[in-house]
Design a protein around this ligand. Structure first.
Ligand code: URP
Ligand code: ZN
Ligand code: ZN
Length: 484
């Protein structure tokens, strides 16, 4: 007799689809079989039973370097994620210059602890890699289960230079952590911005012009070269251009430990959305910016071909009011408007509806992109699949349910959704985190605090041989030992 059984559903993992019941005991999957009995039962007849989604790129209770705070905290952000089919998320803990890493992680612990409805971890943003950070605090972060570090190549107050990037890549490599990078060429963006503003082009639409596609390609190329120099694993986050995706694909084919992520908005929105009347376009400003329809088609092909291991929302919620997008007034220039848009609740419904339902990707690819790949890459060992012994993190989907998207159905702390009015088919109706219903038949069923911090393990690099440059190989560099 199990604590809970999920019966009669169609299960899908990243490799298979099959009919089975699930038996859950002590929050873990204890059995997959037929005729399982539990003290409590969920009837999943006619439904898809999938691993709970893992949202691996979102900004929750995070200050920007200029002080603006995202509108979602760990309660509203996790509730929105859960309604969207997720049972775990990994937001960022942002170190700003002058802050220590341990201090940063303690701060985010105080924000997240006891407030999330789903399990969570953090990626650490490293903006100030001092000698102490590199030699003591990054290893300490790794030891507390923060096994991924994000760096920025742009944003004046966040960006690191190439030499600092190499330092972080090397420390991360030595501990088995994954470095993530926001790759855009800072100088190109600043140069374009200056000229656009001088010519009076300050409306939201010019944000996209100021972040040219070639600025992303240049930075991705450089980031991959830096990672290859030291043979470190690297994930290029929010890839928005075919040029960038091709660089990721080429590096992967060459054996480099390189991974790519793209996001919902780059598949479903375009720079035409920035052209909406008045300041409406500000709702669609993010970095890298939205591109065009040809780019959407190319990114779909890369998703189909396996270039991208991770598909995320990059949920960066700033309300369309004076607390967020309009903090500098209704006449603000694109340079003053907060970057980012919400979408944590729409990542999976959009991908399911437009991807699986329309035959663009298989159900297996959907599961891999929604949970399994992120679990393997980010060291979430007990999550991301339906297998005996794993956490019972499960999303039960009604594949036929059709909804028209509204801001209200996001359950976040936002006043808009960029996907407003879209019709989607396929909806997660019940979501479990460690065997407890977080969402039950479309309603929130737990109190904040159900979610627990998950200490993550090192990245799994099986199948990624890496590259060794001759100048770092003692056999071919006259015996110089660069790394002590
Ligand atoms: O515009 C975006 N994506 N803002 C969030 C911060 C980031 O760079 O991911
Ligand atoms: Zn970024
Ligand atoms: Zn982001």
């Amino acid at each position: 007799m199990f604590d809970l059984t999920i019966t009669g559903g169609t299960l899908a993992t990243a490799t298979d689809t099959f009919a089975a019941d699930i038996g859950i005991t002590d929050g873990r999957i204890a059995a997959l079989g037929h005729g399982l009995e539990g003290r409590d039962t969920i009837d999943a007849a006619g439904k898809l039973v999938l691993p709970g989604g893992i949202e691996a790129h979102c900004h929750i209770a995070q200050e920007s370097a200029t002080g603006g705070m995202t509108s979602d905290d760990y309660t509203s952000g996790s509730i929105s994620a859960a309604f969207g089919g997720n049972s775990c998320f990994v937001p960022f803990a942002a170190q700003h210059r002058g802050m220590g890493v341990t201090e940063t992680l303690d701060l985010y612990d105080s924000r997240a602890s006891g407030t999330s409805v789903i399990d969570y971890g953090y990626h650490l943003i490293v903006a100030d890699p001092t000698p102490t950070v590199l030699s003591e605090e990054l290893p300490a972060a790794f030891a507390r289960g923060v096994t991924s570090f994000k760096v920025f190549m742009t944003y004046d107050l966040m960006r690191i230079d190439d030499r600092q990037f190499l330092d972080i890549l090397t420390v991360a490599r030595d501990y088995g952590a994954l470095t993530m990078v926001h790759a855009e060429n800072s100088g190109m963006i600043a140069w374009m911005t200056e000229r656009l503003l001088a010519a009076g082009h300050s409306q939201p639409r010019y944000h996209a012009v100021s972040h040219p596609a070639i600025a992303e390609a240049e930075a991705i190329n450089r980031a991959i070269a830096l990672a290859r120099l030291v043979d470190a694993p690297l994930l290029i986050v929010h890839v928005s251009t075919p040029e960038g995706a091709t660089l990721v694909a080429d590096a992967r084919r060459d054996g480099a430990k390189v991974f790519g992520e793209t996001c919902t908005q780059y598949l479903f929105l375009s720079r035409d959305d920035l052209d909406r009347p008045g300041m409406e376009g500000a709702k669609f400003m993010c970095s890298p910016p939205l591109r065009d329809e040809a780019t959407q088609a190319a990114l779909w092909r890369h998703l189909q071909a396996g270039t991208f291991s991770v598909f995320s929302s990059d949920h960066a919620p700033y309300r369309f009011d004076a607390t967020g997008k309009l903090a500098h007034g209704p006449e603000a220039s694109f340079k003053q408007i907060a970057n980012g848009m919400p979408g944590i609740g729409m990542r999976l419904p959009m991908l399911f509806s437009e991807g699986v339902r329309k035959g663009r990707i298989t159900l297996q690819q959907f599961v891999a992109l929604s949970a399994t790949n992120a679990a393997r890459l980010y060291g979430l060992k007990a999550k991301g699949s339906l297998a005996i012994g794993m956490d019972a993190d499960i999303a039960i989907w009604d594949p036929e349910e059709t909804r028209i998207v509204t801001a209200e159905m996001q359950h976040d702390n936002m006043d808009y959704t960029p996907f407003d009015g879209r019709e989607v088919t396929g909806w997660p109706t019940t979501v479990l985190c460690r065997g407890t219903r977080v969402i039950a038949d479309g309603a929130l069923a737990v109190e904040p605090g159900h979610g627990r911090y998950v200490a993550r393990e090192k990245i799994d690099l099986t199948g990624h041989p890496g590259t060794r440059v001759p100048e770092l190989d003692p056999a071919t560099n006259f015996g110089a030992r660069i790394v002590p």
